[in-house]
Ligand binder design. Structure first.
Ligand code: SF4
Length: 265
C-alpha cells in the first residue's frame, strides 16, 4: 500500500514587497506584492523576463516600502510566506495582497494551500494578476480570490494567441462574482480588428466588465528579447481604439503604467 503524502507544495518566488499598484482597477492602492517565478508565455513587450525561469533565490522586503531586502533560497513553503506577509501587514497600511509574476497560476497547488491561510491571518482581499490563459488552474483557487485583472493578449502586439482560453477564464470569474477587469496592452502595431474581437468577447460575458487599454511602455535596449519593435501608440490611435471598443462595452479606460511614472517597483 502506498502511504499518503503529507508534503506541502512549495513555490518559486521572485520577490515580496509593499508598493503602490500602478495598473488597472486597483491603481493607486497600497498592496503587498508577491511576485512568483515562471511564465509559460513570451509576450514581445514583457518587462518581467527575469521571472520566466525558476529563480534559485528570492528578495524579501523586511519593512514595508523600505526596500531593505533579504535574500532567501527557493523553493518556499506556505508557512514561511505567510510569516513574511504578516510582517509586512502593518495596521491600516495595505488595501490588498497582489499575486503577480510571471504567471501566478503556475503555482496553483501552492496557492490552494497558502490563500485560505493568508486570508484568515491578514483579513486582506486577494487580487490576482494573470495572463488569463489557464482556466483549469484558476478553478483550483477561485474560492479564495476577491478580484482578478485578466490580461487579454492581442496577437498583433504580444505574439500570443489565447482567445478561447480568455473567454472561458473570464466567464469563470464572472460567474464567481469576482471583481474583474480586462487589461489590454496596445502598441503602434495593434490590429483594430483584434480590439473589436476583444470588445465582443468581453461583452458576451458581461458588458459592464471594465477594459483598460494600456499603452505599452517602451523597453530599454537591455530588456528587449524580441526583434519585434515595442513602440507606444500615437495619441490619435488610442482615441480611435477607445471609440471603437465603446460600441460594445460600457467602460474602456486608457491608463499607462503609472507606477513607472512614480518610480515605484
Ligand atoms: S504573461 Fe506577463 S510575465 Fe509572462 S511573458 Fe507575458 S508579460 Fe511577461
Amino acid at each position: 500500500m502506498i502511504a499518503k503524502t503529507t508534503v506541502k507544495p512549495t513555490a518559486r518566488l521572485v520577490e515580496v514587497f509593499s508598493a503602490i499598484q500602478g495598473e488597472g482597477l486597483n491603481v493607486g492602492t497600497r498592496q503587498i506584492f508577491i511576485r512568483f517565478g515562471l511564465c509559460d508565455l513570451r509576450c514581445h513587450f514583457c518587462d518581467s523576463a527575469h521571472t520566466w525561469d525558476a529563480p534559485s533565490l528570492c528578495k524579501i522586503e523586511l519593512s514595508p516600502g523600505l526596500r531593505d531586502f533579504e535574500m532567501h533560497s527557493n523553493p518556499i513553503p506556505p508557512a514561511t510566506l505567510i510569516k513574511w506577509v504578516e510582517r509586512q501587514n502593518l495596521p491600516f497600511l495595505h488595501d490588498s495582497i497582489s499575486l503577480t509574476g510571471g504567471e501566478p497560476l503556475l503555482h496553483a497547488p501552492f496557492l490552494a494551500q497558502f490563500l485560505p491561510e493568508v486570508r484568515a491571518q491578514t483579513n486582506l482581499p486577494i487580487y490576482l494578476e494573470t495572463g488569463g490563459h489557464r482556466p483549469d488552474q484558476l478553478a483550483m483557487i477561485l474560492p479564495y480570490l476577491d478580484s482578478v485583472g485578466m490580461d487579454l493578449k492581442l496577437p498583433s502586439v504580444s505574439g500570443e494567441t489565447h482567445w478561447t482560453e480568455h473567454k472561458e477564464f473570464l466567464q469563470i470569474c464572472f460567474e464567481a462574482n469576482l471583481d474583474i477587469f480586462v487589461k489590454i496592452i496596445v502598441s503602434q502595431r495593434t490590429d483594430p480588428g483584434e480590439l473589436e474581437r476583444s470588445a465582443l468577447l468581453v461583452a458576451e460575458v458581461g458588458q459592464d466588465i471594465p477594459i483598460f487599454l494600456q499603452p505599452v511602455t517602451p523597453l530599454a535596449e537591455s530588456q528587449q528579447f524580441s526583434s519585434v519593435p515595442v513602440e507606444a501608440p500615437a495619441p490619435q490611435q488610442v482615441l480611435e481604439w477607445q471609440a471603437l471598443m465603446k460600441k460594445f462595452v460600457k467602460q474602456v479606460r486608457v491608463i499607462p503604467q503609472t507606477h513607472k511614472m512614480l518610480n515605484q517597483m
